[in-house]
Design a protein around this ligand. Structure first.
Ligand code: FAD
Length: 391
């Protein structure tokens, strides 16, 4: 098989890349190792409304629920509420990703991309040492796909980057190990995404409860790899669910890793670009990565079209991708990384003090940055280290 660009992975990053590149006239082949795109889901499925609607036409088939805002709960039970439009990139809609991911892949196919499911990329083809396509296995048969450009959109466990010599290794302190149940319980608040903080419930992480309507919610947690041990995320999740939803029933379960490294050194090599989790573009503080993967996919698609038509897919020919994503997503996740590094050091007393200090403050019109400013005003000593991010 021959094409202009072969995309490994049909998650939000791969599909947005494929749609953009196909619309620009490139011959695109997108490979997905699973037989059903989007399944199994490894995600809490929360996304901000505005950013999502800028990138894809909204469709009620993949919106499980719409929330009013976020509730953040301190270890001592003190809580604050933020409105949906200010609550960050994971608050607004809770998606049905099994349908959403497939819809994005269908959009890519409609734009002209060829989608091959149950097809696993197994390595890079090379000519004179330079990548020029991939080898793959499809229904037990070996396949080769020749293409001057390869996109690694193969998620957190990405191999494409490693094959191309890009350092995507994650330190234990830069990955959250996560476990999640889809819980059915009559006490679930269908109107708010909830975030529970505390070192005993989720060391250097948090517990989330994202409602999917009809008293169902994705209830999960992430624990920083360096503070975890095998089976720990699941053990802590069971403990939390037993206490918070004693009558709840878990009807689905997922485990997975979420990168929280901030921007990595390089996301391009000769003939290769990485997008989404493969490029470690997830928000290190919240773990949200759907919107960043989609945005990076669009940028990479636009750059790929220019690079292919200019006949220059060398790392320097693809540099515009690096420059553009670092100026937008990269700036945001660098800041988030600093917050994360600070956040993971906080004790439960610190968390109680910070959230407690917001009692009586009107946060209805305050976004996360504004909230930090208020927190800094009220707790200058505790937050002194973050002063350069506040001013
Ligand atoms: C527990 C958990 C909860 C999360 N909650 C949220 C949330 O609420 N909001 C949010 O924004 N983000 C969340 N995230 C992060 C979010 O899921 C990812 O950032 C997002 O899916 C990244 O999209 P992607 O396209 O880069 O990769 P993925 O969605 O991971 O897609 C990669 C695709 O590549 C395929 N693939 C891998 N290797 C190969 C191969 N060799 N050949 C062919 N195909 C291959 C995979 O099967 C997969 O379909 C969460 C993550 C976890 C683990």
């Amino acid at each position: 098989m021959k094409c202009d660009v072969v995309v490994v992975g049909a998650g939000p990053g791969g599909s947005m890349f494929s749609k953009t590149a196909a619309e620009a006239g490139l011959k695109v082949v997108m490979l997905e190792k699973r037989q059903e795109i989007g399944d199994p889901v490894r995600c809490a499925e929360g996304v901000g409304k505005r950013a999502l609607s800028k990138m894809v036409e909204l469709d009620s088939r993949w919106i499980a629920s719409e929330v009013k805002g976020a509730r953040i709960i301190a270890p001592d039970g003190t809580s604050i509420v933020m409105s949906e439009d200010k609550g960050g990139a994971e608050v607004g809609y809770v998606l049905e990703r099994k349908v959403f991911d497939r819809a994005l892949a269908e959009n890519a196919a409609r734009a002209g991309a060829k989608v091959l499911v149950k097809t696993r990329a197994t390595g890079l083809l090379r000519k004179d040492g330079v990548p020029c396509g991939v080898t793959a296995m499809r229904f037990g048969e070996a396949l080769r796909i020749d293409a001057p450009l390869v996109i690694g959109a193969d998620g957190v466990e990405s191999k494409v980057g490693r094959w191309a010599g890009i350092d995507t290794a994650l330190k234990l302190k830069d990955i959250e190990t996560c476990a999640q149940f889809l819980v059915q319980d009559s006490s679930i608040d269908d109107s708010y995404c909830e975030f529970y903080l505390g070192n005993s419930i989720a060391p250097a992480g948090y517990v989330w409860s994202f409602p999917k309507g009809k008293k169902l919610a994705n209830v999960g947690l992430g624990v920083l790899g360096s503070r975890s041990k095998p089976g720990e995320a699941l053990r802590l999740l069971r403990q939390f669910v037993d206490k918070r939803y004693p009558n709840g029933r878990a009807v689905e379960m997922v485990v997975g890793g979420d990168p929280c490294s901030g921007p990595i050194e390089s996301t391009v090599a000769d003939g290769v670009m990485l997008v989404g989790d493969a490029a470690r573009q997830t928000d290190p503080l919240t773990g949200g990565g759907i919107l960043n993967a989609m945005e990076a996919g669009i940028i990479a698609g636009e750059v790929a079209a220019k690079a292919i038509s200019a006949g220059d897919v060398s790392a320097s020919g693809l540099k515009e991708y690096e420059d553009r994503w670092r100026a937008t997503i990269g700036r945001h996740i660098s800041r988030s990384y600093e917050f994360k590094e600070f956040f993971v050091k906080l004790s439960d007393d610190d968390l109680n003090r910070l959230l407690g200090s917001l009692k009586g403050e009107d946060l209805t019109k305050t976004d996360l940055r504004g909230m930090l400013r208020v927190l800094f005003r009220l707790n200058p000593k505790l937050l002194w280290e973050l002063r350069h991010l506040v001013i």
